[in-house]
Design a protein around this ligand. Structure first.
Ligand code: ADP
Length: 267
């Protein structure tokens, strides 16, 4: 999955990256879905171990354009994990109280504790994406934020948090199809907001903002992955693989029992 990793400092041109890519994976959707299921079972085991050991903290950042599939990833990749120890934090338009503080305040409050996995559905990156595209703060203000974000994430990493960031890469045509599917299905109308169509018009501005964010904030301690996401099964496969590989590398162990259990007989 190294091919999807953004090398620190590299320039990104998203229009050159194929959102339909399925890498070296042979077998298509059917085999892909089976693979995701297997990885999911593995993830369940590793998360149990992470929770039991109570040592590592895992932060997963999900960013995407509307309909990019953040909700789908949370549903499928984390299907069946023990909700005790896994938490989702969603970042919406900031409240008045949040706006009264610095933009990382609401973020720092919900980072993972020991033994926990926290998934960010949107994140502090909105503060260099939507905020930049809509000129919500002056240019000089958002320009400082890349460095501030890197410093914040370095601080989290140095204090024991493993950070993985995924940008779900779809193209504008795929977004059109997904928006249309929402419009055609009354059960999905709750997800449809007219504002999404206004945002869609700003696609090129968002791509520019994403390209900058990806190249300026992919670091050794908090790397970005650009995940081809037009095919949902492949998107889930990439994220599950990175996650399972990362957790495996932590070399976790179940804690030893508090008491010596060797001669215990239960009557
Ligand atoms: P989602 O699209 O993630 O499923 P919503 O439809 O509730 O959830 O959208 C959340 C909205 O909040 C998005 O339009 C996003 O751009 C916006 N948002 C998040 N963070 C900020 C921020 N810091 N400033 C302005 N808008 C933000």
């Amino acid at each position: 999955m190294k091919q999807y990793l953004v090398k620190p400092g590299s320039k990104i041109n998203l229009s050159k990256i194929d959102p339909n890519d399925t890498g070296d994976f042979k077998g298509g959707k059917e085999k892909g879905l089976l693979e995701v299921e297997k990885l999911n079972a593995k993830l369940e085991e590793l998360q149990e171990l992470l929770f039991a050991e109570g040592k590592h903290k895992i932060l997963i950042v999900l960013q995407a354009m509307d309909t990019g599939g953040k909700d789908g990833v949370i549903r499928r990749v984390f299907d069946g994990v023990n909700p005790q120890g896994v938490r989702v934090a969603a970042f919406k338009v900031p409240t008045e109280e949040e706006l009264a503080h610095d933009y990382l305040w609401r973020v720092h409050k919900v980072v993972p504790g020991k033994g926990e996995i926290v998934i960010f559905n949107r994140s502090h990156y909105e503060d260099v994406l939507v905020v930049r595209v809509h000129n919500i703060v002056p240019r000089a203000t958002w320009k400082q934020r890349y460095e501030q974000i890197n410093a914040f994430e370095r601080h989290l990493a140095e204090t024991g948090t493993t950070i993985l960031k995924f940008y779900l890469h779809i193209d504008r045509d795929e977004q059109k199809e997904r928006l249309q599917a929402r419009l055609d299905d009354p059960a999905k109308h709750w997800k449809f907001r007219l504002g999404d169509l206004e945002e869609r018009k700003l696609w090129p501005d968002y791509m520019k903002a994403y390209e900058d964010a990806l190249s300026k904030t992919s670091t050794e301690h908090a790397p970005w992955y650009i995940v081809p996401a037009n095919r949902k099964w492949y998107r889930d496969l990439v994220i599950s693989t990175v996650l399972v590989d990362t957790l495996k590398k932590l070399d976790m162990k179940y804690p030893a029992p508090e008491d010596d259990l060797t001669n215990v007989v239960i009557e």
